[in-house]
Design a protein around this ligand. Structure first.
Ligand SMILES: Nc1nc2c(ncn2[C@@H]2O[C@H](COP(=O)(O)OP(=O)(O)OP(=O)(O)O)[C@@H](O)[C@H]2O)c(=O)[nH]1
Ligand SMILES: [Mg+2]
Length: 617
């Protein structure tokens, strides 16, 4: 019979519980410098200074006793005595990371409120000293109403003091302590109390730490944190449209001038059509979006450099874990906002193969920068540039919505994939919280130049090639007079075949034409439409020369919305498929990606079209 009193080590992930367990019991539990190392119960024996034996159990780290979250269930059940086959602990050793006091105190307050005898191990004191942080242990102990012992678990410092403190709170084994249900403190109240206690107990800290703390108090706050994140993203998408208006106008004017110049020097004919309708109309229609891409990346780069991006990851952690993704998936998914290719390659840092596969399969749903020209041209043409109140522009709002749709779709896809084809548990979050920093101008500038170069390079090679090829297929064979050149052309006839498939989801002949070459790169959809309408309108009086203007008169709103939804999902990028093939060593997963993404694209576009039509839009 096991009569030794049970003592549980509890605390936030990465506080040093396992290191402390090892120091106290002489065991060799795995410790690791990231949260979520301990995932199962582990117990060992230790003796108090008076010789009494104790059974010590090392629990997985958790952030709270929140009953809603299944990963916190085990710890919660153990400390309230509901875990099957487990006795109610006689005492708790609550392990706190001294360098992260306010966050860890929140959980400690919940644990103390349970009513079990508690000793606090104020761990990582060495790190706190290094950071110039001095904590008033007596004040902390008084504020919490329990004993607080300073420890450095990895160097076994403070172990005797901890054992002595434990001896005073652990009963002789005959008296049973009853733990009540944790009081229903709301998280905000707890956080505020934790902060107040932490601030009062902190005697000294560096200016930098103080600032990081102040900013994090807002940025990581359970309520203000997500609001701040939403506001930042929101401002970002507003800026993409409002700041780019002027430069987009200049670039448009530049290309219009170039078309006029070519027209005035070249006689009507094949060469003039190639330059005006093919090269200039096609490339110009894509290049006008350079300012939008640069503004978007200016925000992303500044957020990364400042240290905020990791906080955003932190806020998203719950959601990611909820759908079965590991915390390590965050960086690959974040890179996929630039382009899925580096994103998919970055999944190599994920050890678990099923975790990695899931991340690879959903990465193409993150809105890559190649989608931005497509979104921007349709939004520019069909979403009025008006305010919906409070200075919020409707166009930016729709763009924001498209990005969110991609993210939500990715999360749902991950949820399904993790429960079907790549079943498994999700690993915990693994990220160090860096200090806040002023972004370095030079780094941001270099980052922007790189993005601009990638974009211009694509426009000058891949997109130019696809556009010229399409121009040729659209211009030949030449139709007899009176027949529609676009439909008569080789490309037009190919598109007519596809048109029968996409007509039910509201797509017209030109869209069918544009989405075929867009397999090379999504932006080609824009240059292709520009070329189609340039050729089609070659004989018309040029009233409306920008693609936006031409689209406006020709597409219905439901068609435009369906087209947007198509691009949220469609895997219109052969390079991504090729990278998936390379990273998964075979054709199975790239083909699966093509099938499920095209399937989703078709359904999403279809439902959008039918719903918009039914609503009379
Ligand atoms: N400098 C320093 N490092 C420590 C101390 N205690 C633990 N560590 C380190 O902190 C990291 C986390 O320690 P663990 O014992 O694995 O943390 P844990 O609380 O068991 O974490 P989970 O199992 O994930 O909940 C490891 O890299 C330890 O070596 C300490 O007092 N000082
Ligand atoms: Mg552990």
């Amino acid at each position: 019979m096991n009569s030794a009193p049970l003592v549980a080590l509890v605390g936030n992930p990465n506080a040093g519980k396992s290191a402390l367990f090892n120091a106290l019991t002489g065991a060799r539990q795995k410790v690791g410098n990231y949260p979520g190392v301990t995932v199962e119960r582990k117990s060992g024996r230790m003796a108090l200074p008076d010789g009494r034996p104790i059974e010590l159990v090392d629990l997985p780290g958790t952030y709270s006793l929140d009953p809603a979250s299944p990963d916190e269930q085990v710890t919660r059940d153990v400390v309230v005595g509901k875990q099957e086959g487990e006795r109610l602990p006689s005492a708790l050793v609550v392990v706190l990371d001294a360098t992260n006091l306010d966050n860890h105190l929140r959980f400690a307050l919940q644990l103390i409120a349970l009513g079990l005898p508690v000793v606090i191990a104020l761990n990582m004191i060495d790190m706190a000293k290094r950071d110039g942080l001095t904590i008033d242990v007596a004040a902390l102990s008084k504020a919490l109403g329990v004993q607080v012992v300073e420890t450095v678990a990895v160097r076994r410092l403070g172990m005797d003091e901890l054992k002595t403190a434990l001896a005073t709170v652990v009963g002789d084994g005959t008296r049973t302590v009853r733990a009540g249900a944790p009081p229903e403190h709301d998280i905000v109240t707890l956080q505020r109390r934790a902060r107040a206690i932490a601030v009062a107990a902190t005697q000294e800290e560096s200016l930098e730490r103080r600032w990081t703390h102040r900013l994090d108090a807002v940025a990581l706050h359970p309520v203000s944190g997500p609001i701040l994140l939403a506001v930042i993203l929101f401002v970002m998408f507003q800026a993409v449209f409002s700041w780019s208006e002027a430069p987009v106008g200049w670039i448009e004017a530049g290309f219009a001038w170039a078309q006029d110049a070519v027209r005035s020097v070249l006689p009507a004919g094949i060469l003039r059509s190639l330059l005006v309708d093919g090269v200039i109309a096609g490339i110009g229609s894509v290049l006008v979006f350079l300012p939008l891409i640069l503004i978007l990346f200016l925000f992303i780069l500044v957020l990364e450099a400042s240290g905020y991006m990791v906080r955003a990851a932190f806020l998203m952690d719950r959601v990611m874990a909820g759908v079965g993704l590991s915390g390590r998936a965050f960086i690959p998914l974040l890179s996929s906002f630039a382009c899925a290719i580096p994103g998919i390659m970055a999944t190599r840092t994920i050890d678990d193969p099923k975790d990695r596969l899931t991340t690879i399969l959903i990465a193409p749903l993150m809105t890559c920068s190649a989608r931005l020209p497509v979104y921007a041209v349709i939004i520019g043409a069909f979403i009025p540039a008006r305010e919906v109140g409070l200075g919020v522009g409707l166009q930016g709002l729709v763009l924001f919505g498209l990005y969110v749709t991609g993210i939500v779709a990715a999360m749902i896809a991950a949820f399904v994939i993790r429960r079907t084809i790549a079943k498994g548990e999700s690993a915990g979050f693994m990220m160090e919280m860096p200090r806040y920093q002023m972004p370095v101008f030079r780094d941001v500038a270099i980052g922007l130049m790189q993005r601009a170069w990638i974009f211009l390079h694509r426009a000058g090679t891949l997109i130019l090639l696809a556009t010229v090829l399409l121009w040729a297929l659209l211009s030949f064979p030449q139709s007899p007079t009176g027949r529609d050149q676009v439909r008569y052309s080789a490309a037009g006839r190919i598109a007519s075949g596809l048109e029968t498939i996409v007509r039910p989801i509201g797509f017209n002949h030109e869209i069918a034409l544009a989405i075929i070459p867009a397999m090379a790169a999504r932006e080609v959809a824009v240059s292709a439409l520009a070329t189609v309408y340039a050729i089609e309108g070659a004989d018309e009086v040029q009233t409306e020369r920008s693609l936006v203007g031409r689209l406006r008169g020709r597409w219905s709103l439901p068609t435009a919305l369906a087209f947007l939804m198509w691009f949220v999902f469609a895997p219109q990028c052969l390079s991504t498929i090729a990278v998936i093939r390379r990273e998964t060593n075979g054709w199975k997963w790239p083909l699966f990606s093509l099938a499920y993404l095209f399937g989703l694209a078709y359904l999403a576009a279809g439902f959008t079209f039918w719903a918009a039509t039914a609503l009379g839009l």
